[in-house]
Write a protein that binds this ligand. Structure first.
Ligand SMILES: C[S@@+](CC[C@H](N)C(=O)[O-])C[C@H]1O[C@@H](n2cnc3c(N)ncnc32)[C@H](O)[C@@H]1O
Length: 262
């Protein structure tokens, strides 16, 4: 998988920009509410990034592991949260020795599962690392909201420790892979006299409720709750069978293609 510059070379830019774009404490409270209700303490966070939520989970005495595909994000997470347990991995191919009571995929990380193939591999892999009757809590862009009010241009500004950040994004419909769109983002970082620019272009995906329902069902999950808020769908689902479903058996026996490179 192509890892975006903002998650690799410029991971620190992401970390610093998002401190004012996203309220991580509120984000944590939401997961904490679900996990407390489900009685889960041993958790795997997929797409942990620089460990913004990790510090809250550790403060609240969770048995926490953070996982991310980006080497730079994992290095940053270890720097930001020295007592955290972080590992590098791809959610479509998790090869972990441990099993977890819950897997959470945070901060719209699942939006990078742009092909049906990616989605199948990711959910199958998550199913494998969950304990019996374990839980998956994840958030996704809601296709209905994204595509009925499609924004072609967006801009964000942020300040952090004397550095000024700006991001100008352009988006265009793709629809080749599902409810997907192309996202081009141009970043500017200013620090005193110094100015740096870079650009990312990537595909992102949103889901309809029905799509999530189908993908989860054929990968052995039962949906407990779907919460629609703003442009997102937060889903709580439970692993219901140890054995693979018929669809999983067929699909993964065939394994016609490797996980995609896009
Ligand atoms: C939108 S960021 C969210 C980061 C963090 N949750 C936050 O909110 O600050 C998405 C993260 O998912 C990671 N990621 C993307 N694809 C992944 C994959 N296939 N497996 C694991 N992590 C992935 C990226 O490297 C990035 O750190």
């Amino acid at each position: 998988m192509k890892v975006m510059k903002i998650y690799s070379e410029f991971a620190r830019v992401y970390h610093e920009m998002y401190q004012s774009i996203f309220n991580y404490e509120e984000g944590f409270k939401l997961y904490h509410k679900h996990l407390s209700k489900l009685n889960c303490r041993k958790i795997l966070e997929i797409g942990c990034g620089s460990g913004n939520l990790a510090k809250f989970f550790i403060e609240h005495k969770y048995d926490y592991t953070g996982l991310d595909i980006s080497k730079e994000m994992i290095e940053l997470a270890k720097e930001m949260v020295p007592d955290g347990n972080f590992i590098r991995g791809d959610m479509r191919n998790l090869e972990l020795d441990e099993e977890y009571e819950a897997v959470i995929v945070t901060g719209r990380t699942f939006t990078h599962m742009t092909t049906n193939h990616d989605v199948m591999f990711a959910l199958n892999s998550i199913h494998e690392v969950l304990q019996k009757e374990g839980w998956l809590v994840f958030d996704n862009f809601n296709a209905y909201e994204i595509f009925t009010a499609f924004k072609e241009e967006m801009s964000h500004k942020a300040n952090y420790d004397g550095r000024k950040y700006s991001r100008k994004s352009k988006t265009s419909f793709d629809l080749e892979h599902g409810w997907t769109w192309k996202w081009n983002a141009k970043y500017e970082v200013e620090e005193g006299e110094k100015k740096q620019t870079f650009e990312d272009e990537i595909m992102l995906r949103a889901f309809t409720e029905d799509e999530l329902r189908l993908f989860l069902t054929i990968n052995g999950f039962k949906i407990e709750e779907m919460i629609l808020e703003n442009n997102a769908i937060q889903t709580v689902a439970q692993k219901i069978n140890e054995k693979k479903t018929n669809a999983q058996q067929l699909y993964f026996k065939q394994k016609l293609n490797k996980i995609s490179e896009t």
